[in-house]
Design a protein around this ligand. Structure first.
Ligand SMILES: NC(=O)c1ccc[n+]([C@@H]2O[C@H](COP(=O)([O-])OP(=O)(O)OC[C@H]3O[C@@H](n4cnc5c(N)ncnc54)[C@H](OP(=O)(O)O)[C@@H]3O)[C@@H](O)[C@H]2O)c1
Length: 203
């Protein structure tokens, strides 16, 4: 699959590299693509501008800070018809500390801004270190995802498997409240069976 990563820092660089290892074609991007050369690990990886990544890809991972989402999607150009995996969380940095923006949902806001894009929330609930160090466990960790388009969700579920985790569907995009900071699914690495049990008790 042709995948673009918008915001190839800790989370974007890590997930994109897991996909590249699984054989996908991954185009990493940021505002400063000249700093991303270490992410080129083979012929199926490349780096460039956000617009180039968006043009290249069928599926995109958005992994920039909450404060730069508007800038990033504006730089991407049209994302109509594409699947966009939103890994962002609504935190702002103030006086050196991260603060959760009260009542904000980056997933729902993104879907409202991009009505013709298939937004799937995923990869936002676990720390970068978990993705970097715990992929392909014998008892895989769950990666929660939700969205409104079933075909896009099926693609994302397969990409989660390819990255060494197992996707657990939490429902439509309104369920994002459980996945974003403050929700019960946020920042709790857990094996799949435990995750599915938890979901049954929630939804
Ligand atoms: N850290 C975690 O454990 C974790 C886990 C799950 C989800 N998340 C979420 O993932 C997002 C990224 O977090 P992170 O820890 O990966 O941050 P990070 O390491 O600082 O990476 C952010 C990346 O976004 C790029 N960027 C910033 N503004 C951009 C723009 N307008 N267009 C394109 N790229 C842009 C940055 O590069 P340039 O500045 O060079 O453009 C950088 O490559 C956040 O929303 C965070 O809440 C983080």
């Amino acid at each position: 699959m042709k995948i673009g990563v918008i915001g190839a820092g800790g989370i974007g660089g890590t997930i994109g590299t897991l996909w590249a290892k699984a054989g996908h074609d991954v185009f990493f991007s940021s505002r400063n693509p000249e700093k991303l050369s270490e992410l080129i690990t083979g012929e199926n990886t490349q780096v460039g501008t956000v617009a180039e990544a968006a043009k290249f890809a069928d599926v995109l991972l958005l992994a920039c800070y909450y404060s730069t989402i508007d800038e990033a999607i504006s730089a991407a150009g049209s994302l109509d018809g594409k699947t966009l995996i939103d890994a962002t969380n609504p935190y702002l940095r103030e006086e050196g500390k991260l603060h959760r923006v009260p009542d904000a949902s980056s997933g729902l806001e993104l879907a409202a801004k991009l009505p013709n894009t298939k937004v799937v929330k995923a990869y936002n609930t676990l720390p970068t270190a978990t993705f970097a160090n715990e992929a392909h466990r014998s008892e895989p960790y769950a990666v929660f995802y939700c969205g409104n388009d079933s075909e896009a969700k099926a693609i994302v579920s397969q990409l989660i498997t390819d990255s060494g985790f197992v996707g657990v569907d939490t429902g439509d995009l309104n369920q994002v409240i459980h996945q974003e900071p403050g929700g019960v699914l946020y920042n709790h690495p857990m094996p799949v069976e435990q995750a599915q049990k938890l979901i049954r008790s929630l939804i």
